[in-house]
Design a protein. Structure first.
Length: 446
């Protein structure tokens, strides 16, 4: 495929890639509203509502980094197809799950295959487009990722309430079938792509990074907040990457990504933003269904303004605002996001409208974020960068559900999770400022 042209075939290929992104990211949040119903139907415990999401997003996050490396080695198109096919089979297993244990196991498998799919999309887009067309193609990633992340709860609630063919929550996982088939229909328009130099696989590094991510999440969901082991794990991982790089072997990710403070700041920003956006929505769903004892449809309608606000502002930012203001648009976006959350906790009766304001702010953050984060990535860093950016997004969403969900379950009030999310917004301002700082030309790896 000639990357310098922008034929219809290329845009069809892009459609397939974006649909795959949407499908995999949708499953990170589509169970948010349905989780209490699933928990009741399969006789689960209170914490199972959090694990229904985390059993997918945690292995998803862990698999993303090796998924990017495997695409570099074996070909991104090949890994993409394998991941989509496996994801569809795992989705069918979720639909038929007879017990909570089986469902959670199927969700883990779903997450692993999603981790093979997502890292390939950025590399395949870069192999298909160049010049201004590449910029337009990449600019679509942010809205797709942001919109699917928050549209999932609404869609999941509506599908569960509709009780299609008497399937109740099981129909939530069947959404993946038409999306996956559409993706596979577009695959033939994709060319194969792999790294110019075949990198090595750092299996110890992959295992260590997975253990670190797991150690961050499990204590929070199971009722604790002790992340000391995780902090030690991060330090060990940094030492491992440095030593492996110094010995001339390929580490788990490209150390050169961390020579410029903008990329690690982007990773931190992704964790914070998705922790807020995913965690707030989850806390609201728990409040409406468990606290107010209202229906799954009521919880979907309550969070609908957030999704609608994000959709509107994403479109406006992508078509008008970003070209006029530049990436600094993220700062007023964070301000709106925080303002909506603050109004929601101050005046509970205004909660739907407040979530709408927060959603408007979210769209102003997501559209410029991915464009800026990827603008500093060089060709040999693509696999690592794609894996890391998507991994920390999933980790952020998982931590948001764990931390803010636990804050609600521990108090029975939205005050604690909303105040926690405001603190995260304050930290987000600092990391975005670092992300947008001037690029450093010197320095050493991580």
């Amino acid at each position: 495929m000639n990357p310098s042209s922008t034929s219809t075939r290329h845009w069809i290929a892009l459609t397939g890639l974006l649909v795959a992104e949407a499908m995999n990211l949708l499953d990170a949040t589509i169970t948010t509203v349905a989780a209490p119903v699933i928990r009741t139907g399969l006789y689960g415990t209170a914490s199972d509502a959090q694990w229904i999401a985390a059993a997918y997003t945690l292995p998803f996050a862990v698999a993303l980094v090796p998924g990017g490396r495997l695409g570099d080695i074996h070909g991104r198109r090949r890994l993409f197809v394998l991941g989509v096919c496996g994801f569809l089979l795992a989705s069918a297993a979720c639909t038929a799950a007879p017990t909570m244990t089986v469902l959670l196991a199927a969700r883990v498998v779903q997450g692993c295959f999603a981790g093979l799919v997502i890292p390939q999309t950025i590399g395949l887009i870069k192999a298909t487009f160049d010049g201004p067309a590449l910029g337009r193609a990449l600019s679509l990633i942010g809205p797709v990722m942001g919109l699917t992340a928050v549209a999932g709860p609404v869609l999941g609630g509506l599908i569960t309430h509709a009780d299609l063919a008497g399937l109740s929550w099981r129909a939530v996982f069947l959404v993946n079938i038409p999306l996956g088939l559409l993706t596979l229909a577009c695959v033939r328009f994709l060319g194969e792509d792999r790294a110019a130099r075949r990198p090595g696989l750092d299996v110890p590094g992959f295992l260590l990074s997975g253990a670190v991510a797991t150690a961050f999440v499990i204590p929070t969901i199971d009722g604790g907040t002790s992340w000391g082991l995780s902090v030690v794990g991060v330090a060990v991982l940094i030492v491992h990457v440095r030593r492996r790089g110094a010995s001339g072997r390929d580490p788990v990710f490209e150390p050169s990504l961390f020579r410029d403070r903008g990329f690690p700041a982007a990773l931190a920003s992704s964790v914070l933003y998705f922790a807020v956006s995913t965690g707030v929505v989850f806390a609201v769903v728990l409040h409406v269904q468990d606290g107010l004892h209202r229906s799954v449809l009521a919880s979907s309608l309550t969070v609908l303004p957030f999704s609608a606000g994000l959709a509107v502002s994403s479109l406006l930012a992508g078509q008008v605002l970003l070209a006029r203001t530049g990436p600094g648009l993220m700062f007023p976006g964070i301000a709106l996001l925080a303002a909506g959350i603050a109004v929601g906790v101050a005046v509970p009766a205004w909660l739907p409208g407040a979530l709408g304001v927060a959603g408007l702010g979210g769209g102003l953050v997501t559209v410029p974020f991915f464009t800026v984060a990827l603008s500093r990535v060089r060709p040999h860093e693509t696999g690592s960068a794609a894996g890391l950016l998507n991994a920390v997004q999933q980790l952020g969403g998982t931590l948001g559900v764990a931390v803010l969900g636990s804050a609600y379950l521990g108090t029975g009030s939205l005050t604690a999770p909303f105040l926690g999310s405001l603190a995260l917004c304050g930290a987000l301002v600092l990391t975005v400022a670092l992300m947008l700082g001037k690029r450093k030309t010197g320095g050493h790896g991580c």
